[in-house]
Every structure is written in structure tokens, then in C-alpha cells.
Design a protein around this ligand. Structure first.
Ligand code: HEC
Length: 91
């Protein structure tokens, strides 16, 4: 029983510690969807482009008509989170 709890805890923390988890609904599990039919396919962006655009959404220097939606998504991400996302999704 104890083992089951430990395993569940490890699984849960892996899932919740991944900053990309909350992006999946719009961008797809691997960044393969165009969010709301508006965004680029982010898995085709380079790591540098992803970092630049996420920082741009944060400080208001990047984006199109729906940039306000992305600002809410990235406001609380740290630089480490943004790097982790770029490494996971970018090419
Ligand atoms: C509610 C849906 C939604 C969620 C959740 C969401 N996004 Fe987005 N994302 C969008 C939309 C819509 C755009 C295009 C916005 C615009 O007009 O600039 C976008 C744009 C982007 C872009 C730039 C692509 C481009 O077209 O220039 C990146 C990179 C990105 N999102 C990454 C993320 C990451 C990483 C997360 C999670 C932290 C996330 N998004 C969460 C909807 C979403």
C-alpha cells in the first residue's frame, strides 16, 4: 500500500511539475495543434523563437489579436519554466 502511494506521488509531481501541462488543451500534447486555429504550430518553432515569443507575451512586445490570452498563460512562468518548455517543444 505504501508503495502505491509513493508511486502515485511521484507520478503526480512529474505531471504537475511540468510547466507545459497547462498549455496542452490549446496547443496539443506536443505543440502540434494551432491554438484556437490562430497560433503557429509551436513544435515547428525553434527553441529560441519559443523563448522570445513567451517573454514577449509576458512584457507585451509580441503577439497578434489573441495575445491577451497568452499573457495570462505565461505571466507566472519563471525563466526556468520557459527554458524547460522550449527544450521540450521547440526544435
Ligand atoms: C486558452 C488557450 C491557450 C493556452 C492554454 C495556451 N496558449 Fe499559447 N497561444 C494561444 C493563442 C490563441 C495564441 C496566438 C496568440 C496571438 O494572437 O498572438 C498562442 C500563441 C502561443 C505561442 C506563439 C505562437 C505564435 O503564433 O506566434 C507560443 C510559443 C505559445 N502560445 C506557447 C504556449 C505555452 C508554452 C502555453 C502554456 C504555458 C500556452 N501557449 C498556453 C492559446 C493558448
Amino acid at each position: 500500500m505504501k508503495k502505491v502511494i509513493v508511486l502515485t506521488t511521484i507520478l503526480a509531481s512529474t505531471i504537475f511539475a511540468n510547466p507545459y501541462t497547462k498549455c496542452v488543451a490549446c496547443h496539443g500534447a506536443n505543440g502540434e495543434k494551432s491554438a484556437l486555429g490562430k497560433s503557429k504550430i509551436i513544435k515547428d518553432m525553434t527553441k529560441a523563437e519559443i523563448i522570445e515569443s513567451l517573454n514577449g507575451y509576458k512584457n507585451g512586445t509580441y503577439g497578434g489579436a489573441l495575445k491577451g490570452m497568452m499573457k495570462g498563460q505565461v505571466n507566472n512562468l519563471s525563466d526556468d519554466d520557459i527554458n524547460a518548455i522550449a527544450n521540450q517543444i521547440g526544435k
